[in-house]
Ligand binder design. Sequence first.
Ligand code: PEP
Length: 253
Amino acid sequence: MRKKIVAGNWKMNKLADEAVALTSELVNMANDEVKGDVKVILCPPSIYLTTINKYIENAPNFSLAAQNCSDKVSGAFTGEISAAMLKSIGVEYVLIGHSERRQYFNENNALLAEKVNTALANGVSPIFCCGESLDQRQNEDFIGFVKNQISESLFHLSAQEILSVVIAYEPIWAIGTGLTASAEQAQEMHAALRAHLADKYGADVAEEISILYGGSVTAASADELFASPDIDGGLVGGASLKSREFTNIIKAR
Ligand code: PEP
Protein backbone atom coordinates (compact mmCIF):
# COMPACT_ATOMS: atom_id res chain seq x y z
CA MET A 1 0.00 0.00 0.00
CA ARG A 2 1.57 3.27 -1.11
CA LYS A 3 1.70 6.05 1.44
CA LYS A 4 0.61 9.55 0.41
CA ILE A 5 3.57 11.91 0.08
CA VAL A 6 3.38 15.69 -0.10
CA ALA A 7 6.70 17.38 -0.82
CA GLY A 8 7.32 21.13 -0.76
CA ASN A 9 10.02 22.49 -3.05
CA TRP A 10 10.99 25.93 -1.76
CA LYS A 11 13.41 26.50 -4.64
CA MET A 12 15.64 29.56 -4.02
CA ASN A 13 13.20 31.27 -1.66
CA LYS A 14 13.12 32.31 2.02
CA LEU A 15 15.79 33.91 4.19
CA ALA A 16 16.96 32.01 7.26
CA ASP A 17 14.43 33.43 9.73
CA GLU A 18 11.61 33.00 7.23
CA ALA A 19 12.59 29.39 6.64
CA VAL A 20 12.46 28.66 10.37
CA ALA A 21 9.13 30.48 10.75
CA LEU A 22 7.56 28.55 7.88
CA THR A 23 8.78 25.23 9.27
CA SER A 24 7.46 26.00 12.77
CA GLU A 25 4.08 26.98 11.39
CA LEU A 26 3.87 23.83 9.29
CA VAL A 27 4.82 21.54 12.17
CA ASN A 28 2.29 23.21 14.50
CA MET A 29 -0.51 23.07 11.95
CA ALA A 30 0.28 19.46 11.08
CA ASN A 31 0.28 18.43 14.74
CA ASP A 32 -3.10 20.06 15.26
CA GLU A 33 -4.83 19.21 12.00
CA VAL A 34 -3.28 16.43 9.98
CA LYS A 35 -4.84 13.03 10.57
CA GLY A 36 -3.92 9.83 8.80
CA ASP A 37 -0.83 8.50 7.22
CA VAL A 38 0.89 11.11 5.10
CA LYS A 39 4.57 11.80 4.68
CA VAL A 40 5.58 15.45 4.37
CA ILE A 41 8.93 16.18 2.74
CA LEU A 42 10.36 19.68 2.97
CA CYS A 43 12.89 20.65 0.30
CA PRO A 44 14.49 23.89 1.52
CA PRO A 45 17.67 25.41 0.12
CA SER A 46 20.55 23.19 1.27
CA ILE A 47 22.05 25.89 3.47
CA TYR A 48 19.04 25.54 5.82
CA LEU A 49 18.82 21.73 5.99
CA THR A 50 20.68 21.33 9.30
CA THR A 51 18.66 24.04 11.04
CA ILE A 52 15.33 22.83 9.72
CA ASN A 53 16.13 19.28 10.74
CA LYS A 54 16.01 20.46 14.38
CA TYR A 55 12.57 22.01 13.88
CA ILE A 56 11.05 18.78 12.52
CA GLU A 57 12.49 16.55 15.26
CA ASN A 58 9.11 16.22 16.99
CA ALA A 59 7.14 15.84 13.78
CA PRO A 60 7.41 12.15 12.89
CA ASN A 61 5.67 12.56 9.52
CA PHE A 62 8.17 15.17 8.33
CA SER A 63 11.36 14.43 6.38
CA LEU A 64 13.89 16.52 4.52
CA ALA A 65 15.01 16.55 0.91
CA ALA A 66 17.79 18.50 -0.73
CA GLN A 67 16.92 20.13 -4.04
CA ASN A 68 19.98 18.71 -5.78
CA CYS A 69 23.22 16.81 -5.20
CA SER A 70 26.42 16.30 -7.12
CA ASP A 71 26.93 13.31 -9.38
CA LYS A 72 30.48 13.11 -7.97
CA VAL A 73 31.48 11.26 -4.82
CA SER A 74 33.84 13.86 -3.31
CA GLY A 75 36.84 16.04 -4.16
CA ALA A 76 37.67 19.21 -6.06
CA PHE A 77 34.18 20.27 -7.18
CA THR A 78 33.82 23.74 -5.70
CA GLY A 79 30.30 24.65 -4.70
CA GLU A 80 28.93 21.14 -4.95
CA ILE A 81 27.26 19.03 -2.24
CA SER A 82 27.59 15.25 -2.25
CA ALA A 83 24.97 12.68 -1.39
CA ALA A 84 27.21 11.43 1.44
CA MET A 85 27.19 14.94 2.95
CA LEU A 86 23.39 15.02 2.79
CA LYS A 87 23.23 11.64 4.50
CA SER A 88 25.67 12.81 7.18
CA ILE A 89 23.29 15.58 8.29
CA GLY A 90 20.21 13.36 8.30
CA VAL A 91 18.69 14.16 4.90
CA GLU A 92 16.61 11.26 3.60
CA TYR A 93 15.64 12.42 0.09
CA VAL A 94 17.02 14.44 -2.79
CA LEU A 95 15.25 15.95 -5.80
CA ILE A 96 16.94 14.77 -8.96
CA GLY A 97 16.16 16.04 -12.43
CA HIS A 98 13.85 18.94 -11.61
CA SER A 99 12.97 20.65 -14.88
CA GLU A 100 14.71 23.84 -13.72
CA ARG A 101 17.95 21.86 -13.29
CA ARG A 102 17.45 20.25 -16.69
CA GLN A 103 16.72 23.61 -18.33
CA TYR A 104 19.13 26.05 -16.63
CA PHE A 105 21.96 23.68 -15.71
CA ASN A 106 21.81 21.41 -18.77
CA GLU A 107 21.27 18.25 -16.75
CA ASN A 108 20.54 15.33 -19.08
CA ASN A 109 19.27 11.80 -18.53
CA ALA A 110 22.77 10.29 -18.40
CA LEU A 111 24.02 12.75 -15.76
CA LEU A 112 20.83 12.25 -13.77
CA ALA A 113 21.44 8.49 -13.79
CA GLU A 114 24.80 9.20 -12.11
CA LYS A 115 23.11 11.39 -9.50
CA VAL A 116 20.57 8.65 -8.83
CA ASN A 117 23.43 6.19 -8.35
CA THR A 118 25.36 8.33 -5.89
CA ALA A 119 22.20 9.12 -3.92
CA LEU A 120 21.25 5.45 -3.61
CA ALA A 121 24.82 4.41 -2.81
CA ASN A 122 24.66 6.75 0.17
CA GLY A 123 21.22 5.78 1.40
CA VAL A 124 19.47 8.93 0.16
CA SER A 125 16.25 8.29 -1.77
CA PRO A 126 15.93 10.12 -5.10
CA ILE A 127 12.73 11.98 -5.90
CA PHE A 128 13.17 11.69 -9.65
CA CYS A 129 11.42 14.46 -11.61
CA CYS A 130 10.28 14.03 -15.19
CA GLY A 131 7.85 15.74 -17.53
CA GLU A 132 7.25 17.13 -21.00
CA SER A 133 7.16 20.69 -22.37
CA LEU A 134 4.04 22.21 -23.90
CA ASP A 135 5.56 21.86 -27.36
CA GLN A 136 6.21 18.17 -26.74
CA ARG A 137 2.67 17.65 -25.44
CA GLN A 138 1.22 19.31 -28.53
CA ASN A 139 3.52 17.92 -31.20
CA GLU A 140 5.18 14.71 -30.05
CA ASP A 141 4.61 11.38 -28.38
CA PHE A 142 4.79 13.10 -25.00
CA ILE A 143 4.09 9.96 -23.00
CA GLY A 144 6.91 8.20 -24.85
CA PHE A 145 9.19 11.15 -24.08
CA VAL A 146 8.57 10.92 -20.33
CA LYS A 147 8.82 7.13 -20.36
CA ASN A 148 12.21 7.54 -22.02
CA GLN A 149 13.37 9.96 -19.29
CA ILE A 150 12.63 7.21 -16.79
CA SER A 151 14.21 4.42 -18.86
CA GLU A 152 17.42 6.37 -19.43
CA SER A 153 17.91 7.55 -15.84
CA LEU A 154 16.38 4.72 -13.78
CA PHE A 155 16.13 1.44 -15.68
CA HIS A 156 19.73 0.40 -14.93
CA LEU A 157 18.62 0.02 -11.28
CA SER A 158 17.76 -3.32 -9.70
CA ALA A 159 14.22 -3.93 -8.46
CA GLN A 160 15.49 -3.50 -4.92
CA GLU A 161 17.03 -0.13 -5.80
CA ILE A 162 14.04 1.27 -7.69
CA LEU A 163 11.87 0.64 -4.64
CA SER A 164 13.82 3.44 -2.92
CA VAL A 165 12.97 5.91 -5.70
CA VAL A 166 9.98 8.27 -5.69
CA ILE A 167 8.93 9.55 -9.11
CA ALA A 168 7.48 13.04 -9.59
CA TYR A 169 5.68 13.70 -12.86
CA GLU A 170 5.85 17.44 -13.45
CA PRO A 171 4.68 18.70 -16.85
CA ILE A 172 6.94 21.69 -17.52
CA TRP A 173 4.03 23.73 -18.85
CA ALA A 174 2.35 23.46 -15.45
CA ILE A 175 5.32 24.39 -13.24
CA GLY A 176 4.99 27.87 -11.79
CA THR A 177 2.52 28.87 -14.50
CA GLY A 178 -0.76 28.50 -12.64
CA LEU A 179 -1.79 25.91 -15.24
CA THR A 180 -2.47 22.56 -13.58
CA ALA A 181 -2.83 19.36 -15.53
CA SER A 182 -6.37 18.09 -15.14
CA ALA A 183 -6.76 15.04 -12.94
CA GLU A 184 -7.48 13.07 -16.15
CA GLN A 185 -4.31 14.30 -17.88
CA ALA A 186 -2.19 13.55 -14.83
CA GLN A 187 -3.79 10.14 -14.22
CA GLU A 188 -3.22 9.20 -17.87
CA MET A 189 0.50 9.87 -17.52
CA HIS A 190 0.81 8.27 -14.07
CA ALA A 191 -0.92 5.09 -15.27
CA ALA A 192 1.37 4.98 -18.32
CA LEU A 193 4.46 5.41 -16.14
CA ARG A 194 3.31 2.71 -13.73
CA ALA A 195 2.71 0.36 -16.69
CA HIS A 196 6.20 1.22 -17.96
CA LEU A 197 7.66 0.35 -14.53
CA ALA A 198 5.62 -2.87 -14.52
CA ASP A 199 6.99 -3.87 -17.94
CA LYS A 200 10.51 -3.55 -16.60
CA TYR A 201 10.19 -4.64 -12.95
CA GLY A 202 6.88 -6.50 -12.75
CA ALA A 203 3.50 -5.35 -11.48
CA ASP A 204 4.27 -6.02 -7.81
CA VAL A 205 7.25 -3.66 -7.82
CA ALA A 206 5.42 -1.03 -9.89
CA GLU A 207 2.54 -1.04 -7.41
CA GLU A 208 4.94 -0.10 -4.61
CA ILE A 209 6.49 2.94 -6.30
CA SER A 210 5.06 6.33 -5.37
CA ILE A 211 4.38 8.64 -8.32
CA LEU A 212 3.74 12.25 -7.31
CA TYR A 213 2.17 14.95 -9.46
CA GLY A 214 3.74 18.41 -9.61
CA GLY A 215 2.73 21.58 -11.42
CA SER A 216 0.85 24.48 -9.80
CA VAL A 217 -0.85 22.23 -7.23
CA THR A 218 -3.01 24.26 -4.85
CA ALA A 219 -5.36 23.35 -2.02
CA ALA A 220 -8.19 23.80 -4.50
CA SER A 221 -6.81 21.28 -7.01
CA ALA A 222 -5.17 18.78 -4.63
CA ASP A 223 -8.28 16.81 -3.63
CA GLU A 224 -9.19 15.82 -7.15
CA LEU A 225 -5.60 15.11 -8.20
CA PHE A 226 -4.78 13.02 -5.13
CA ALA A 227 -8.00 11.03 -5.45
CA SER A 228 -6.80 9.60 -8.78
CA PRO A 229 -5.73 5.98 -8.42
CA ASP A 230 -2.15 6.35 -9.66
CA ILE A 231 -1.42 9.77 -8.11
CA ASP A 232 0.24 9.22 -4.75
CA GLY A 233 0.59 12.82 -3.64
CA GLY A 234 2.27 15.95 -4.89
CA LEU A 235 5.47 17.88 -5.38
CA VAL A 236 4.47 21.46 -4.68
CA GLY A 237 6.43 24.61 -5.47
CA GLY A 238 4.81 28.02 -4.98
CA ALA A 239 2.02 26.84 -2.70
CA SER A 240 4.53 25.18 -0.34
CA LEU A 241 5.82 28.61 0.68
CA LYS A 242 2.56 29.45 2.48
CA SER A 243 1.91 27.45 5.64
CA ARG A 244 -1.91 27.61 5.48
CA GLU A 245 -2.08 26.63 1.82
CA PHE A 246 0.52 23.87 2.11
CA THR A 247 -1.15 22.40 5.21
CA ASN A 248 -4.44 22.27 3.32
CA ILE A 249 -2.66 20.40 0.52
CA ILE A 250 -1.18 17.98 3.06
CA LYS A 251 -4.74 17.38 4.34
CA ALA A 252 -6.18 16.79 0.83
CA ARG A 253 -7.46 13.27 0.14
C1 PEP B 1 8.00 22.52 -8.60
O1 PEP B 1 8.83 23.39 -8.48
O2 PEP B 1 8.34 21.33 -8.52
C2 PEP B 1 6.61 22.90 -8.82
C3 PEP B 1 5.72 21.98 -9.09
O3 PEP B 1 6.31 24.25 -8.73
P1 PEP B 1 4.84 24.91 -8.73
O4 PEP B 1 3.99 24.12 -7.76
O5 PEP B 1 5.06 26.31 -8.29
O6 PEP B 1 4.30 24.78 -10.11
